[in-house]
Structure formats: C-alpha cells, structure tokens
Ligand binder design. Sequence first.
Ligand code: M6R
Length: 611
Amino acid sequence: MCGIIGFTGLKQAAPILLEGLSRMEYRGYDSAGMAVTSPEGLLQLARVSGKVAGLYDRTENGAAFPGACGIAHTRWATHGAPTEANAHPQVSMHGRFAVAHNGIIENFAALKKELIEKGYAFTSQTDTEIVANLLEDSYRGDFQEAVEKMLARIEGSYAFAILCADHPGELFAVRMNSPLILGLGEGFNLFASDVTALVSHTRRVVYMDDGDYARVTPDEVALFAKDGSPKALRETRVNISLAEAEKGGFEHFMMKEIFEQPEALEKTIASRIRGGEIVLDDFRLESESLKNIQKIVITACGSAYYAGLAGRYAIEKLCRIPVDVKLASELRYEDPLIDGRTMLIVLSQSGETLDTIAAMKECKARGAKVLAIVNVAASTIARLADHVLYTWAGPEIAVATTKGYTTQLAVLDLFAVYAARQLGRLDEEEYAAWMQKIRELPGLVRKALALEPAMADLAVLLKDAEHVFFLGRNTDSALAMEGALKLKEISYIHAEAYAAGELKHGTIALLEEGTPVIALCCNQALLEKTASNIIEVKARGAKTIAVAPEGAAQEVLASCADRCVFVPAADDIFSAMIAVVPLQLLAYHTAKLRGCSIDKPKNLAKSVTVE
Ligand code: M6R
C-alpha cells in the first residue's frame, strides 16, 4: 500500500523524509520518490523504481537535497507500471507543483483529455500527474486557492501531500477515503499516511476526517473541512510502540488485514462503478467477442481457487455461460479442452504462483483469452495476461489470505454483472439493481467485523478439537472450503469441507461425540436442506455452529444448531464475501488460543513459486 510523508520545519527535510519512508516500507511498495524545495525556491526531485535504499543512494542519504520542506512517497502501482516515471511525487508541467498521492482519481480520463486540449503534456501513466497539472492550471499566485479549485474538480479516493516551489515552507495535506495523520511538533510539523512515520518525531497527532485539508507550515497547522470552513485541531497522543504501529495497533498482520477488508473492497469496487456503469478499465473485450465465448475456465491455487469456486455461481447465474473451476496444479498436466472460444480467468493474489503461471501458459498456447485478477501490479501473471483487473487490496503480509480472497470475489462479481450486461442478459433496471448490491458489499463486510468478540468466544469451543468439519450447499460449499483452509493453515487443526448433501455418502461416519461442525447456511433457498443436515449431525453427537444471514434463517436455526452466528444479509451469490469474515476471525482466535505462529504458519510461504 502506498505511503505518504510531508515535513516542514527548520531542519533539513530530506533525511527525515527518507527515514519516514523506511518506516513505511513494511506496507509493501514498488517505487519511491521525494521532492524538496531548495533554499533558493527550486524543486528538487528524485524517484526510483524499486526500494527506498535507491533513493538514499540517489540523494547521498538526503545530503544532496538541501531545504527544510518536502514530501515523499512509496508507491504500490495501480495506474501504470512501477517505473521511475510513474513514481511519485508527480510534478506539474512547469515544475511548480509536486504531488504525492495514495488512492485513485476516478474521473482522471476526462480531466486528462481537458488538460491535453489546453496544451498540457504528460510524462507518466499516473492519475496523479493530472492532479499536479490541475493545480498548475488553477494557480494564480495563491497556493490554497489552487488546492481548493483542484479539489472541486476531482472525484475518487485520495490522500495528497502537495508542495509548491513558489511557497517554500508551506505544504498541503488532503484526505478523502485514504488515511492521513497530522503530527504536531515544536518548530516543525509533519504528516503521513501511517502513524509509524510520525512516532519517532512526535506523539502529538491529529487524525484528519474525510474531506479535510490542512495548510502546514513549521509553526502552524490550519485545518479546513471540505466546504472550506476552518476546523479546530483535535489533538490526541499516540502511545503505541513502533512495532505495534506497523501492524496498525493489531497484534498480527492477519488481524490488521481482516479489518482492512472494507477499505480494500471499497477501493476495488467504488472506482469501477462510475456514472451508472461498471467500468473495467483494463478489460477490453468487446461485447461481440464476449458473445463468442463458449465457456469460461477459472484456474488458481489455494484460497484463490476457492474464490473461483464461489465466483462461478455469480457468473453462471448472471451470464448463463458454463464455468469450470480447475486447480492450476492439475490443469497444467491435463490435456484441457480449451480453444480460442474459451476465456480463462486466472486468480492470484501474488501474481507469482508457479502452478498458476504454468496452467495459464498451457491454456494460452491453446488459444484461450486470459483475464488475470491479480493483486500485485506488474507481477508475472499480470504481465502474461491479455487483460488484467487488479484487486487493489494493498499488500498482504500474513501468509493466510483474507483481503486478497474477498477482493478477488469482488472483482469476479463485478465481472459477472458487467459481462451479463454486455451479453444482453440484464435489462437496465436489473443491471442497476445488481450494481447497487455490489456497492453495498464493503459496508456489509464492515458490519460483519463486529462479530469479532463473538468469534473469540466461539474459538474456545474449537481450540482442543482434533477435527472440524465445514458443511454447505451451493455457494456455501465453496465458502466451506475457504473456512476449512483458514482454520487448517493457521491453527493446525485438521479441518475438512463437505458439500452438505454428501455427508450421508460416507463422511458422517467420521463424527464423534463433540466433533465441531460448522454449517454454512447463507444460501437462503437451501436453508431448510442444510438445517436438516445440522439435525442429522447433531443426532450423531456433533457440536454444531450455524453461520447464516440475519432474517428468516434466525428462527429456523435457533431451534436446531447449538450455536448461531448471524451475518448481514446479502444476495446468495455474494454471500461468501460476508460470511467468510466470521470464519477468518474464528480461525484467527483459535490459532491464537493454541499459541500458533499466526502470520507465518509452519511449512508455508506467502507466495508459492515452486512446484
Ligand atoms: O498468490 P496466490 O493467490 O496465487 O496464492 C495462492 C495460494 O497459495 C494462497 O491462496 C494460499 O492458499 C493461502 N495461504 C491461503 O490462505
């Protein structure tokens, strides 16, 4: 995830900015940069593709950049590859403004067109360069006025650090749906997107609200609300250690990432629903070519494979195209029935999973058009695919994927609705209704996070279990697999998932007195069926936990399951994204009670680049 820092004071800024960037390195990034105003009022700029260490070298550890006011950035590529030209800060055409940006400008294409018509030239593929040029275009000598005019033009989510060479010592910090925190000092002030970059300088901070912007000088921070009205600074003290700050105050990265899901989903979804349409910028298959597709094959490994299993229901239901979901490690050695009329969807958080790459190459060689749904920009899979849709979850550090999985589901859901519309399977009203359902998902996930204390409680029931079974039908059977994998990989408890209807064909023999069985009942049409499976296993001694949507299911399940967990209701085909949250939390708390190494489970690697 990108990191921003801005500093203005009486000391040299560059070493402080570099140290701030180093502190934010743990978030993951692929390029870095810094802009500092020289004592003569010149803008000094250094950007590197790769690590912050390169920036230290380029600026002689900062010594080559005199001046006490500057901004810096670590970039996790979204718009444009992780090259030096696309690194931030981005500078306006006449070199007056420098901007570091986290987030996405949704209306960048229209703004860019307008600026090009006015004669502005662009040197990067970023949406941020548009912001720098908009500032230049609005500038009549008043820095604050230029910032306000620029803000009135842009849409999207962003945090900005803005520097103007004409106004040494003065910076602007802007926040909208992307974090930014002001740090108050004596003879200096600074701000950053991450508290880790502040705590070695000050413990006095002000958390900005969405829409706020601040004018920051060495001896004053003036805060304004979106409408331009001045706001009082509500100062708080940060008492966490540096190590705690890196994990956002959570004990483990996995928990931090579970709680980042609403924001990651918002980023993945919001910028793709624009002007009443789903806009898949990097997917350029015309509706005619889509109509020629006879089947879709989804391939992936591990949780990404389970995301594919869940996403299949949305695509088949809405597009009425057959979808096969295949394990990449198997597909690569099949003689797959794939040709030019097959669309291959490849799912991968890292974009580097060896089996997935091999399966993709095999299918590509047979003529399949490849759409990759990937989190890491410019990763091998992203580069090899014909089309790429990024999940924009930000870096995932815990080995057990959480936000990687849910954002994959989000992109599959967007794709399903988009393709159904292109194929003429949804009329305008239905299309709008499905988009609305997708738009609501981040908020529902946020509500599901409130189950955390309840799941910590339930974990006590699981912690000494030898085996745990997960059951579900239809979309719930795909979810059951992800739930079981989460529990296995971090708590080391043997867990298996079964399609609930399969129980009586063998699995039921495994049940013993007290065996925990987690029954997923989110598919409302099949609720009664799964409820009778709960009764079946309970009669054989199982301790049953039902996970179901709030509403009608509550009454049915209260009378048959030992424990119930109710999640916010969503459409059946999207329910996995919501109901996985308590399963992630349950796995986490069970592993914690068992004293396991949660972020780095034994025998596992984050990215499996071997066969
Ligand atoms: O990076 P990828 O999405 O391609 O990784 C695929 C699997 O290795 C990954 O999902 C793995 O199963 C996770 N550890 C599950 O939490």
